[in-house]
Design a protein around this ligand. Structure first.
Ligand code: DON
Length: 313
């Protein structure tokens, strides 16, 4: 990667953040998990990290927020490490749905009733049941440990207010999980599986944590700072492919055209993305469009990708 590009990024980023921030107010902060409605609607922050340990941050980059659906990328990887490809893909498919992230329509309509992919809610709930561990708390402890290792941050922890808020109001996810149990997809007690899921969605991060996790994916599973292979290359390849086809839900096609990078969004407004072989990127902008993606965040990524010609396609 050229230092010139990094220097240009450093100069241009603050202005681009302010321009994209203005689009934020066109959307809404998620409120179906009541605790998330407290997020600042006008916030926008970003952190970019390269393999030499250089970083750039701009905007509200000290804001902490819960990972929500971004966590699904990494629970998928842990489930692959625990069970292998064959077992995982006997419980979840590999196809985008074209439906909302919390839709259960196809679980009934399309046989054999397994979730279409691991990044929709139904798929991630199925993945939670595949994490190794005796009880939900053992499984959750393994997830948290894995996330801390990838972020290089031993202080990552749950936001218990968000965890409780989701757990108390998750009627739709609960009904989906019971349907999955009936379809033979879930192992173990439904409430235990859901507890693992609610916990990993509520892990609190900053943009810098997301950038560190993304950098490992952008370097084919290696931590560029230590040279250590943290994730097998094949599992990184699977994760990045899902991020490209399903990571921005039913806006993944549009995002592929406008930005062209593997990415994963969450309803707290976070986006984890990367320029493969170059940068890990974490950003947050809590104001969402109707498909659940950060409006200002997508706008900012579009500006950067088009300026530097980052699209993979
Ligand atoms: O299950 C839920 O609805 C949330 N914990 C996660 C959803 C989410 O982040 C979808 N993202 N766009």
């Amino acid at each position: 990667m050229t230092s010139e590009e990094f220097d240009q990024l450093r100069i241009k980023l603050p202005q681009w953040v302010e321009e994209s921030r203005r689009h934020g107010t066109e959307g809404k902060v998620a409120s179906y998990i009541p605790e998330l409605s407290k997020a600042p609607i006008e916030a926008l922050g970003i952190h970019i990290l390269d393999g030499q340990g250089r970083s750039i941050s701009a905007g509200d980059c000290s804001l902490s927020f819960t990972m929500q659906s971004i966590s699904k990328v990494f629970t998928l990887i842990l489930a692959l490490l625990d069970n292998g490809e064959e077992a995982v893909f006997s419980k979840v498919g590999m196809e985008p749905t074209g439906d909302n992230f919390n839709s259960m329509l196809k679980l009934e309509l399309v046989q054999p009733g397994i979730p279409f992919n691991p990044l929709i809610n139904a798929g991630a709930i199925a993945i939670s049941s595949l994490i190794a561990g005796e009880h939900s708390l053992d499984k959750s402890a393994r997830v948290l440990h894995f996330f801390r290792m990838l972020a290089g941050n031993d202080t990552l922890d749950y936001d218990y207010d968000v965890y409780r808020s989701e757990s108390e109001t998750a009627n739709l996810n609960r009904s989906m999980a019971y349907l999955l149990k009936d379809n033979g997809v879930l192992e173990g007690e439904v409430e235990e599986v859901l507890d693992v899921y609610f916990r990993h969605c509520s892990i609190n991060v900053t943009c810098a944590d997301l950038a560190s996790m993304a950098l490992v994916l952008s370097s084919d599973g290696v931590n560029p700072r230590t040279g250590k292979q943290l994730i097998p290359r094949r599992y990184v390849q699977i994760a990045k492919t899902f991020m490209t086809t399903c990571g921005m839900y039913n806006a993944s096609g549009e995002f592929a055209i406008q930005v062209g990078l593997p990415a994963k969004s969450g309803v707290s407004g976070g986006i984890l993305t990367m320029v493969p072989g170059k940068y890990g990127i974490g950003l947050v902008g809590p104001s969402l469009n109707r498909k659940g993606n950060s409006i200002a965040g997508v706008d900012l990524l579009q500006t950067m990708s088009q300026h530097f010609d980052w699209s993979l396609f």
